[in-house]
Design a protein around this ligand. Structure first.
Ligand SMILES: *[C@@H]1O[C@H](CO)[C@@H](O)[C@H](O)[C@H]1NC(C)=O
Ligand SMILES: *[C@@H]1O[C@H](CO)[C@@H](O)[C@H](O)[C@H]1NC(C)=O
Ligand SMILES: *[C@@H]1O[C@H](CO)[C@@H](O)[C@H](O)[C@H]1NC(C)=O
Ligand SMILES: *[C@@H]1O[C@H](CO)[C@@H](O)[C@H](O)[C@H]1NC(C)=O
Length: 129
């Protein structure tokens, strides 16, 4: 009787140790946010874009955001770019990568790519001065 109780306690403790990192991990930690550069206190928003697409079976979807938009000019230097992944369930959204320009440049190209069969939903903030 005593021995079974002890074994049960030991098993419970082992399970708690093994599973606690998984249980305590917030789903938000699985979002694919990205950030490049640093935003200073006087930096202003140069561009704010929401980019989202729905998933389609078997397909990956991608797009390239170009700032400034074609035909426009931007004389300010980019200091920071923040990308927030807003696709749920967390972890199933796409990934953002910096293809050109970005901090210290006056232009940038950001690629957004979904996982196969999934969509993406990003908020992109570009700061500069
Ligand atoms: C991503 O950004 C969201 C919104 O600010 C935040 O709640 C979440 O914790 C972030 N996750 C990661 C992994 O950075
Ligand atoms: C922000 O950049 C996107 C991508 O080039 C463009 O479509 C949009 O018009 C821009 N918005 C502003 C406010 O400049
Ligand atoms: C970036 O700045 C340079 C001058 O420093 C200018 O010639 C160029 O047109 C600018 N690029 C854009 C995309 O506005
Ligand atoms: C952008 O950065 C360049 C090089 O650091 C600098 O010469 C220029 O004055 C900056 N432009 C602005 C608008 O701050």
């Amino acid at each position: 009787m005593k021995k079974t109780f002890l074994i049960t306690v030991v098993i419970a403790v082992v399970l708690a140790i093994v599973f606690s990192p998984i249980a305590s991990q917030s789903p938000y930690s699985r979002l694919h946010n990205a950030t490049w550069g640093y935003r200073g206190p006087y930096d202003q928003v140069l561009n704010y874009t929401i980019a989202s697409v729905k998933g389609s079976i078997w397909q990956t979807k991608s797009t390239e955001l170009v700032f400034p938009p074609r035909g426009q000019r931007n004389w300010r230097n980019i200091t920071a770019i923040n990308v927030f992944d807003q696709y749920y369930p967390a972890g199933e959204g796409g990934y953002a990568t910096l293809k050109a320009g970005g901090p210290r440049f006056n232009h940038t190209t950001i690629k957004l790519k979904s996982q196969r069969g999934k969509g993406y939903n990003f908020v992109i903030e570009i700061y500069g001065r």
